[in-house]
Write a protein that binds this ligand. Structure first.
Ligand code: 4AZ
Length: 271
């Protein structure tokens, strides 16, 4: 979520208002020269993506079918998402939509949620541990993303090109994207991200984006995947606006939570 919208979100109690505040996409934006839009995400790029390349990309809706976040399949019965997404809507109202590239269709599956696990100690995206696992009723038809293991530290090297995926708003103040979109963003070093964000914590977060801005995740992409190949390395968490120079997207560092995610993702007899 955006640093600036976070404060207002804390005072919103209604689920629908929370959805509206959380909800907006994957953007490739430019820091607009137009002063009227300089402070808002300006989505000028990114591209339509295919679920045949990224079948594990899913989105979350409320009971009314309004998309409010992304998520990613991690087993036949579970998705990972951001903790701030899991907490935005009551468990009984969360739906996981899988196998649907275009929100206007009825393709794929809509599954309800039987269990919500939130990372231990989570309080706020800027304090880290913005991770949750939702167990669904039923089983996904799509294959899961891979989780990083201890041998995958190299995936987090500065400059690694990663892919962020999501369904979100793609025009300044406009409607969210009907289609899944993707953008390629390079990973940023811990030292650089710490200069960009004083709250940056290299144990629980990782940053991606160009110093000049222009390509980024944005509101509504929260909870969605940042992948290298089919390996999930990040979960969209927060940022200062979207696609601004020296304000890369901040993602939950999935490798820190691989064991927790695996434990939660195990198919259970009951659930
Ligand atoms: C959000 O509000 C959000 N530019 C997600 C990602 C970013 C900013 C805001 C990163 O969901």
């Amino acid at each position: 979520m955006s640093v600036k919208s976070r404060r207002s979100l804390l005072f919103v109690s209604g689920a629908l208002l929370a959805v509206a505040a959380v909800a907006v996409p994957v953007v490739a934006g430019t820091a607009a020269a137009d002063p009227a839009s300089a402070n808002q995400p300006r989505i000028v790029g990114g591209e339509k993506a295919s679920l045949s390349d990224h079948p594990y990309a899913v989105y979350l809706t409320d009971a009314g079918g309004n998309q409010f976040c992304g998520a990613v399949i991690v087993s036949s019965t579970a998705v990972a998402t951001a903790a701030h997404c899991a907490k935005a809507v009551a468990k009984q109202d969360i739906r996981v939509v899988a196998g649907r590239e275009d929100k206007r269709t009825t393709d794929g599956q809509v599954l309800s949620v039987s269990k919500v696990w939130v990372g231990q100690g989570y309080s706020d995206p800027t304090k880290g541990t913005d991770i949750a696992v939702l167990t669904v009723r039923g089983q996904f038809d799509q294959r899961p993303a891979k989780l990083p293991d201890s041998g995958d530290a190299g995936l987090y090297a500065k400059g690694t090109q990663a892919t962020v995926l999501g369904w979100g708003r793609i025009a300044d103040g406009g409607a969210r994207s009907d289609y899944l979109r993707s953008a390629e963003v390079p990973l940023v070093s811990d030292t650089e991200c710490k200069t960009d964000y004083s709250v940056y914590d290299q144990r629980t977060m990782v940053c991606a984006g160009y110093a000049e801005g222009g390509v980024d995740a944005c509101q509504g992409d929260s909870g969605g995947p940042l992948v290298v190949g089919d390996t999930l390395i990040g979960i969209v968490s927060f940022g200062d606006g979207c696609a601004k120079a020296n304000k890369p997207g901040v993602y939950t560092r999935v490798s820190t939570y691989s064991d927790d995610i695996k434990a939660q993702a195990k198919p259970r007899l009951l659930g």
